[in-house]
Design a protein around this ligand. Structure first.
Ligand code: GLC
Length: 578
């Protein structure tokens, strides 16, 4: 392993719209984040991933960019961004931006020119194609529902002679896809990224990057839904040839600047991991969605995994990464619901349940990501009606459930549970009105839990979820090599209630080992650890020390029953030093 500056990073994801409003307009903003940097420094994180703050008409809350070099007025100014970068730097915190390179907004000047003039120099920055027989060029379904093609109104200035032209959008129609085949477009994007790095940005989370290459044959695909459309995956996801674009992006931008990059790259296959996130790979690290996006994009397929099912998903992901690439373990982000709701029964949404979940993901291989509010133990908002939601995909998923034959009540239940807005309700700062998020009317409702679950109360409580996340971060920082790069050794893979894994790191005579144990059961459980330890190891001795526990004190020795077993409390989470 070569040493890279980001290997010991602990990243905190901020959804700026919902983090802290400094001017009372009901929307979070950049000065709000700056105000809260001391809170983040106290938590101990070392980098912030900021969801998009660029100029945008907000059809998809900033993932539709109309000016890559401007800040959306609702979030503040370029000056505010520079202040944030400088103030974060003073606290040892780096800033990572969200790079949306697959598409822009339909309000971007490039697209406005392209769509209104077939001769525009920007026409070839996007993907325009002619349909046939009044139908779009292909039958591909967009990620947010409906066809990927939107027609250029015939007779309009942008229509070619004869009309029948369409532009392609993998996401919403307000998010036209960029044409990566065009070298001029690619160079514009690279220049823009350099420009941000000149401002002191240290890395990037790269949005939807596995969609940038399309099958140049643009074939129709077998219809697979009642809408008469077909999943676009075979023609648009990690399509062969994409590596060339990604390698150029790395070589022209990220590598010379030593930037950290984490790819939102759905669809990368295990055998491709070495290329994507291995040493010298296309990105520094990669997110794996298989253990978080349980419904695989179709929310009416929602399910609550058992401990054994969750273990299978996580272990498969970790084993897939073994020796190949660097992961970015996480349980929450702005596209998911809250993790207690996703993985636990309601009666387990306690401090113990939430901290046990924390332990489970936080010590996996790679660079860990914490999402705002996760460190407080926030849960899904209790939605009561459809008009409380804001998210574009929530409305689409509601319609999809109806179209699949579910009742309105069922469809509502699915979005209530799975809506992306669950992660987007305002951050809970204190027990004042609007949880201290804003003095105005918040853009999304505030979770009624704020009276007890809030940053101010939890900072003062040594037994809070926040205090526990602080300890987890401190522990990870103490053993950066072990937790970033150490081997992942699965244990107890047939136990129905326990998830147990070991991390082990050996270098130049130094051998560090830790055992992570999570009891998902509401009952006490016995764990036989006599065989844990691998070849030549002694197992765990009576004196093994608790490095971190949600039911025992750090520094205590583990203590075994005369049978040799460890008795675990309900929902106990433990990290043992071996
Ligand atoms: C990514 C983002 C998501 C956004 C989509 C389109 O998946 O995480 O929030 O809607 O890309 O840009």
């Amino acid at each position: 392993m070569t040493e890279d500056w980001w290997q010991s990073a602990v990243v905190y994801q901020i959804y700026p719209r919902s983090f802290k409003d400094s001017n009372g307009d009901g929307l979070g903003d950049l000065p709000g984040i700056t105000i809260k940097l001391d809170y983040l420094a106290e938590l101990g994180i070392t980098a912030i991933w900021l969801c998009p703050v660029f100029r945008s008409p907000m059809a998809d809350n900033g993932y539709d960019i109309s000016d890559y070099r401007g800040i959306s007025p609702g979030f503040g100014s370029l000056n505010d961004m520079e202040t944030l970068i400088a103030e974060a730097d003073k606290r040892g915190i780096k800033i990572f931006l969200d790079l949306v390179l697959n598409h822009t907004s339909d309000q971007h000047p490039w697209f406005k020119s392209a769509v209104s003039d077939p001769k525009s120099p920007y026409r070839d920055y996007y993907i325009f194609r002619k349909g046939a027989d009044g139908k779009p060029p292909t039958n591909w379904r967009s990620i947010f529902g409906g066809p990927v093609w939107e027609s250029v109104p015939s007779g309009s200035a942008g229509a070619m002679d004869g009309g029948g032209e369409y532009y392609l959008h993998i996401f919403a129609k307000e998010q036209p896809d960029l044409n990566w085949e065009n070298p001029k477009l690619r160079q514009e994007l690279y220049d823009m990224i350099h420009w941000w790095m000149d401002k002191g940005v240290a890395g990037f989370r790269i949005d939807a990057i596995s969609y940038i290459k399309k099958d140049p044959a643009y074939p129709n695909l077998p219809v697979d839904g009642p809408d008469g459309l077909a999943d676009l995956v075979p023609c648009c996801l990690v399509f062969p040839g994409i590596e060339k674009f990604l390698a150029e992006l790395r070589d022209k931008v990220f590598k010379p600047r030593n930037a950290f990059t984490v790819a939102e790259a759905y669809g990368v296959r295990p055998e491709q991991l070495r290329d994507y996130a291995g040493e010298g790979g296309l990105f520094s690290a990669i997110f794996d969605f298989t253990y978080t996006d349980l419904e695989n994009g179709i929310w009416y397929k929602t399910w609550l995994p058992s401990a054994a099912e969750l273990r299978d998903l996580i272990f498969r992901s970790q084993k897939g990464l073994l020796g190949k690439g660097r992961g970015a373990p996480y349980f929450e982000n702005h596209d998911q619901n809250r993790s207690p709701n996703r993985y636990l029964h309601p009666e387990q949404w306690t401090r113990e349940g939430k901290t046990m979940l924390g332990i489970l993901f936080f010590f996996l291989q790679g660079i860990p990501f914490i999402y705002q509010g996760q460190e407080l133990g926030m849960t899904n908002y209790p939605w009561k009606s459809l008009d409380e939601f804001n998210d574009v995909s929530t409305f689409d998923q509601y319609q999809r459930a109806l179209a699949a034959g579910f009742s309105k009540d069922d469809a509502f239940r699915f979005i209530q549970h799975r809506s992306r807005d669950n992660a987007r309700t305002p951050m809970l700062w204190d027990n004042s009105p609007n949880a201290g998020f804003s003095s105005g009317k918040p853009w999304l409702p505030v979770h009624p839990d704020y009276v007890s679950i809030n940053a101010e109360a939890e900072r003062q409580d040594a037994n809070s979820v926040f205090a526990f996340y602080r300890s987890m971060i401190a522990l990870r920082k103490k053993h950066p090599d072990l937790f970033f790069a150490g081997d992942f050794i699965p244990h107890c893979e047939d136990n129905p209630s326990l998830i147990v894994y070991e991390r082990s790191y050996q270098k130049e005579g130094r051998h560090e080992r830790a055992l992570v144990i999570c009891n998902f059961s509401d009952e006490k459980q016995r764990l036989d650890i006599s065989n844990i330890g691998g070849k030549g190891a002694k197992g765990i001795d009576r004196g093994a020390l608790v490095l971190l526990g949600n039911r025992r004190n750090a520094g205590a020795s583990i203590g075994r029953e005369s049978s040799g077993n460890i008795l675990l409390e309900p929902l106990e989470g433990l990290v043992l030093g071996l």
